[in-house]
Write a protein that binds this ligand. Structure first.
Ligand code: HEC
Ligand code: HEC
Length: 267
């Protein structure tokens, strides 16, 4: 018994330390919250990234959350692992320290890292819209406006930009207009870009991951691959002040803008 309570005390202290540290991280983060950064991302960065990596790529103490195994978890199983943990592994049960909504948000963020739409266990979801303006906007999004190359909603679209599921609950009108009209003014966290200048002078810019002393990985233009650039084999690597998001919205006609906006607000 004595041993057990010692262990318990140790666990409680550990949890206290983790929570306190996480609290500090969260309050630091809130100074630099970009528009569109969900609650789930803040929670993830505070509690999970240490073991699972900033983009879910995995670290020494935790497995990747973007591999085939994690991708196969059903929504229910994903939430269950976070809530109940996996006994006998480093994955603790978070049900005691995070609320159901927080677990849902962090689960949604993991789906985001997997390039999938956010969790939606809401049965009374109104389903696809039948508003003709929204439908015209959806059409534009997927065709001439070219948004779908980089953004997903539901289970379709690209992964260069963030998934736009749940957009309306993340961005208010001002933030949405800023995202569309001056994308570089505030860049969604995790979607910053780097510019690589190669020895022959050509420049490549893209979303990056695994930035280390030796190399950095840049997402290919079609979003499908991560290409490794060794730092001693290129001329320079720098942070890009520019968003990867083109300001195409501004060049659309007034009616098209209205349609696209109606569609975005329906997400
Ligand atoms: C102390 C390190 C650690 C922390 C912190 C941690 N995890 Fe884990 N997590 C693990 C390990 C280790 C596993 C693998 C367990 C196993 O072997 O099945 C895991 C597994 C998982 C899985 C299942 C993945 C799969 O492919 O089956 C999910 C989902 C997950 N963690 C989410 C989270 C979330 C969300 C948080 C933050 C609230 C978190 N983890 C915090 C170590 C950690
Ligand atoms: C070449 C890829 C690309 C294209 C094409 C693109 N975007 Fe983006 N978009 C991004 C990236 C990367 C970000 C995140 C960086 C940022 O915040 O500027 C982003 C951010 C956004 C955001 C903010 C999301 C958030 O959660 O903060 C919205 C809204 C958005 N895009 C809408 C659109 C619409 C509408 C179109 C089509 C007119 C479009 N994008 C076309 C890459 C793209």
């Amino acid at each position: 018994m004595k041993f057990q309570s010692g262990v318990l005390k140790g666990l409680l202290i550990k949890r206290f330390v983790i929570k306190t540290l996480a609290g500090i991280v969260v309050s630091l983060l809130s100074f630099s919250v970009y528009s569109g950064v969900g609650e789930g991302q803040e929670l993830y960065n505070a509690y999970c990234q240490l073991c699972h990596g900033g983009l879910g790529e995995g670290q020494v103490m935790g497995k990747p959350l973007t591999d085939a195994m994690a991708n196969r978890l059903s929504d229910q199983d994903l939430l269950a692992v976070i809530t109940d943990g996996r006994s006998g592994t480093g994955m603790a049960a978070w049900g005691g320290s995070l609320s159901e909504t927080e677990i849902f948000d962090v689960g949604s963020y993991i789906r985001n890292l997997q390039g999938k739409p956010a969790l939606n266990l809401n049965d009374n979801d109104s389903g696809p819209s039948d508003d003709p303006v929204v439908l015209a906007g959806e059409q534009l999004f997927n065709s001439s406006a070219g948004c779908a190359t980089c953004h997903s909603y539901g289970d379709q679209g690209g992964s260069i930009g963030p998934s736009l599921d749940g957009l309306s609950s993340r961005l208010d009108n001002d933030a949405l207009m800023q995202a569309l009209l001056s994308p570089s003014a505030s860049i969604a966290s995790g979607y910053e870009a780097k510019v690589i200048e190669q020895n022959d002078g050509t420049r490549i810019s893209g979303r990056f991951r695994n930035d280390s002393e030796l190399a950095v990985q840049i997402q290919s233009e079609d979003g499908r691959r991560w290409v490794t650039y060794f730092k001693d084999r290129v001329k320079s690597i720098s942070d890009s002040p520019e968003s990867l998001m083109p300001d195409r919205y501004a060049s659309l006609g007034a009616q098209e803008q209205e349609q696209l906006l109606a569609f975005l607000k329906s997400l």
